[in-house]
Design a binder for this molecule. Structure first.
Ligand code: ADP
Ligand code: 5GP
Length: 191
């Protein structure tokens, strides 16, 4: 592969199904690579450093901010930082791959501004806040405090939906996936 690849962003409030939909995309598209973000939050059970995230201390993260290593970064959920590393995105784009970013709303707005038409941004919406709460509870990764922080943030993030290229409601997973897939196929085939 020689030509430069393009960026695809799945953006949504936490718990809306981005990770689930991203996994399905990786099974279908071998030219699609994941941009591994950096974060200062603790790894969840089963998460591997360098695979799901680059898990950094606050000091390490600050150093990277100061060196200009991030394309974008944000701080939320009571002081946890998350950021997209330029090196992650550039090396994959330069090898001709499509790069998938799983990031939150404000970071996604910034990345969309940087890449413009070279970027497809899909906003994944939960059917309702109640269902979002249920899914986050069932996922079992949050305590009461982080669950309510995530839900509070989700309400605000939902107001940004129309800033993105397409809004997809993740009610039935297979239906949502087919919508995501057809948007991705169309984008990949555009010059
Ligand atoms: P995110 O990456 O946006 O935080 P996840 O992909 O982890 O969200 O999904 C949150 C939880 O909801 C997971 O436990 C996942 O299995 C479940 N989930 C995702 N999509 C659906 C769906 N359409 N119907 C029911 N459960 C879903
Ligand atoms: P989680 O803690 O559930 O893995 O992620 C919390 C939120 O942070 C999710 O909405 C996820 O998409 C977002 N996120 C992950 N990586 C990045 C990143 O590099 N930049 C930004 N802005 N958000 C990120």
């Amino acid at each position: 592969m020689a030509q430069k690849g393009k960026v695809i962003i799945l953006v949504a409030p936490s718990g809306s199904g981005k990770t689930t939909l991203a996994r399905m995309l990786f099974e279908d598209f071998e030219d699609l690579k994941f941009s591994v973000s950096a974060t200062t939050r603790q790894p969840r059970e089963g998460e591997q450093n360098g695979v799901h995230y680059h898990f950094l201390t606050n000091e390490e993260f600050e150093k990277k901010i100061n060196s200009g290593d991030f394309l974008e970064w944000e701080e939320f959920y009571g002081g946890k930082k998350y950021g997209t590393l330029r090196s992650e995105v550039d090396k994959k784009l330069n090898s001709g791959y499509f790069v998938l970013l799983d990031i939150e709303v404000k970071g996604a707005v910034n990345v969309k501004e940087i890449y413009g038409d070279e970027c497809l941004s899909l906003f994944i919406k939960p059917p309702s806040i109640e269902i979002l709460k249920q899914r986050l509870t069932d996922r079992g990764t949050e305590d009461n405090e982080t669950l309510s922080l995530r839900l509070e943030r989700a309400k605000e993030e939902l107001t940004y939906a129309d800033r993105f290229d397409q809004v997809i409601i993740n009610d039935d997973l297979e239906t949502a996936y087919q919508e995501v897939k057809s948007a991705v196929v169309k984008f990949m085939n555009q010059n």
